[in-house]
Design a binder for this molecule. Sequence first.
Ligand SMILES: C[S@@+](CC[C@H](N)C(=O)[O-])C[C@H]1O[C@@H](n2cnc3c(N)ncnc32)[C@H](O)[C@@H]1O
Length: 224
Amino acid sequence: MSIAASSESPPLEILPGRVAGPFDFRSLFGNERSAELEIGIGKGRFLLAQAAARPEVNFLGIEWSLKYLRLAKERAQRQGLRNVRLFRADARHVLAALLPDRSVVRVHVYCPDPWPKKRHRKRRLLTPATVAHIERVLVPGGYLDLSTDVAEYFDEIRELVPVACGLRVAEDPLFPIESPGGRTSYEAKYIESGRSIHRATYVRPGDAAEPGAVRAGDVKGSRR
Ligand SMILES: C[S@@+](CC[C@H](N)C(=O)[O-])C[C@H]1O[C@@H](n2cnc3c(N)ncnc32)[C@H](O)[C@@H]1O
């Protein structure tokens, strides 16, 4: 994506009409720092908490609901966060058409809509095509973090991922971290009502010495 030349810093919300091609993260954020992606940010609780805690990392949030995206945008503006970009779009399209290979160090997908009825399954976010694109957009050594409160969906995801792509269960997932900034709104709501949250972290195998690869220290602690 090329953003029209301007002396101002790049805008917080990416407007669909200004997206002319695959994202250029340097132009999107105005710097060359590593980027993390959250798909289905809801009102942005997790993304904004992470962005505030780790200003050295860029955060791109994708959300289909315009209402939620606008709420997240207002919150990001109120907090003066400069390392956040928000895009109202279908994440499946963003993954397939707008994210370059090896462009993000971590992908977060928390409590995606489970669509439990069989006839609605095709609406699910996590399909073979989606997870293959997630692998493609991650740098070698990059992580995919997932959660859901639906045990059956979790089992299906765990069966799907290793068949559909080269992502592997991370041995060092750096995962269950109990702090307000480490939870999404849905996770917090479900935990409060006594439901279990199922989690998995996957890693894109590859030599961290490859150009564009991530060092473990670059991505540690994203759920802190
Ligand atoms: C159940 S909510 C979870 C929100 C948040 N991740 C959390 O855990 O609090 C799922 C969110 O994903 C968004 N969503 C669903 N499908 C999407 C898609 N294809 N692209 C972008 N966002 C999507 C929905 O609008 C909704 O905000």
